[in-house]
Design a binder for this molecule. Structure first.
Ligand code: ADP
Ligand code: MG
Length: 476
């Protein structure tokens, strides 16, 4: 008698056969072997990574629907992929992959109150001459609730996000304001909320946008004289997710237009989700009327994860990538990198890359060697504040002057030098550097870097200053 999993798979095959061409059926479905059935998960073995990707890309929906017919709504696939073992020429091995669920973040078409004038419309969302516009939600399907590990560090934010996703615009959490340090999951959680809303309410128009993009779109709309289109566009979104609103600091016009969009959406019960690096009370450079609105709903923070959560995050990532790692290695990683989930993931990826490049097994020793390098490297990264302090000590200037707008000659030069080092020694954007150095714009920072480079080439004494300063900044 056929085993359960074979029976289930054979019935699926019958349905699939009726829905694809016989050529496709032969090529893509006959080679699949059912392996096991556990609960509602049917594991199927496919002959290669490419094969798996092809199936997921072209037949994910068909496969999912077919299996659900057989096993009910909870039915899902897990793939077992036969990998060619390129390293040792020994036996092929298999990796596990859960089936993905990537098709659910599309928005329906929406009607735009478009006033088609003779001017070309530059708003990237608007197609001239069309009233029905497809708004891309800009959501990353990998950043879902499924892949977001819950821990004490994120419990409030996660459950508030969940509540919002179940009742967008209908909870007291409007706006939902998520804040926390770098790499702690703000962007991930923001996407997860959007993805879940698309799943629960496919008819709602969801838009994820970074504050930086919002700002640039606004500036473009001013240039192209279609600010109204810009505002209309944002006013018809059902769920607006804006990431990193601290970027609005000092940008009064953008804040102004965002204020109007915010009010309009809030008044008609649309949902806003905002993220920032600080709670509203500590934000600087943002207008009071906006800050007070940020506090209307719920502010929830993301903290650095504890050890247990870090291990769970690594394990989830490893599972999703279809990799197996010794438990001691996972624990070592989780012990060593404590403050930032992005760095934790970075260490894991480097480790996997190293192991596969050098064709070594991933052992605790390899992890140790790598982490030592990795942790040192990250410690060596300097901050703009630190650079400013060293430069000011060197020239014996108070740091407040450097951060002020003064144009005194000696301050201007020290400021330029600080900008020059900030550009070459940190990953900060020109705009961020400018903001820290007396509220200058990115063009001023670029100009400063050029000036310093010119002086290094033409002025020997200046070059000496720079070399000495560079040493001082590098030795922390
Ligand atoms: P932020 O926006 O706060 O700087 P991100 O959302 O970009 O941080 O998160 C950094 C990385 O860490 C992302 O790859 C994200 O998927 C991962 N991450 C953060 N929080 C979690 C979590 N709770 N579970 C799983 N992965 C997480
Ligand atoms: Mg982010």
């Amino acid at each position: 008698m056929a085993k359960d999993y074979e029976k289930v798979w054979n019935t699926c095959l019958e349905i699939i056969r009726d829905n694809v061409s016989s050529q496709s059926f032969k090529t893509w479905f006959e080679p699949i072997k059912p392996v096991k059935l556990q609960g509602h998960t049917l594991t199927i073995q496919v002959p290669s990574q490419f094969f798996y990707e092809w199936l997921e890309e072209h037949y994910a929906t068909l496969l999912k629907k077919t299996l659900r017919k057989e096993l009910g709504t909870e039915g899902k696939f897990e793939y077992s992929i036969v990998m060619e073992n390129a390293y040792s020429g020994s036996k092929p091995y298999t990796v596990k992959m859960p089936a993905t669920n990537k098709k659910e973040v599309k928005n329906p078409s929406v009607q735009m109150p478009l006033d088609i004038s003779s001017k070309p419309i530059k708003n990237p969302f608007i197609i001239p001459g069309l009233k029905s516009v497809n708004v891309e939600s800009q959501l990353n399907p990998n950043y879902s609730f499924d892949t977001f590990v819950e821990g004490d560090c994120n419990r409030l934010a996660r459950s508030a996000g969940f509540a919002v996703a179940n009742k967008p615009g209908g909870t007291a959490f409007n706006p939902l304001f998520i804040y926390g340090g770098v790499g702690l999951g703000k962007t991930h959680l923001a996407h997860a909320i959007g993805i879940d809303i698309k799943k629960n309410f496919p008819g709602k128009t969801v838009l994820y946008v970074s504050s930086e993009k919002f700002c640039h779109q606004f500036i473009d709309s001013v240039k192209n004289n279609n600010q109204n289109d810009f505002i209309h566009f944002y006013q018809m979104i059902d769920v607006l997710i804006i990431d990193d609103v601290q970027f609005f600091a000092g940008k009064d016009k953008t804040q102004d237009v965002f204020f109007h969009v915010f009010n309009h959406l809030h008044q008609i019960g649309k949902q806003l989700v905002l993220t920032a690096d600080k709670p509203p009370v500590e934000m600087q450079g943002i207008e009071q009327r906006l800050l007070s609105r940020f506090k209307w709903g719920l502010s929830a923070d993301l903290q650095a994860p504890d050890l247990e959560t870090r291990i769970a995050i690594l394990e989830k990532k490893i599972y999703n990538d279809g990799i197996e790692l010794p438990k001691e290695v996972v624990e070592y990683l989780a012990y060593s990198i404590t403050t930032n989930i992005r760095e934790l993931e970075g260490a894991l990826i480097s480790l996997i890359a190293q192991a596969s490049l050098n064709r070594k097994a991933i052992t605790l020793d390899l992890a140790r060697q790598m982490i030592d390098k990795f942790v040192k490297n990250t410690a060596r990264e300097v901050s703009i504040d630190y650079i400013q302090k060293v430069v000011c000590d060197y020239f014996d200037l108070p740091i407040e002057l450097l951060k002020s707008k003064t144009r005194k000659r000696e301050v201007v030069q020290a400021r330029q030098i600080a900008m020059f080092f900030a550009k070459s020694m940190t990953k900060s954007s020109l705009a961020t550097i400018g903001m820290h150095c007396g509220g200058k714009d990115h063009a001023t920072v670029l100009h400063a870097c050029k000036t310093v480079n010119n002086l290094i080439e033409t002025d020997k004494r200046f070059k000496l200053y720079i070399e000495e300063l560079e040493k001082k900044i590098s030795i922390q």
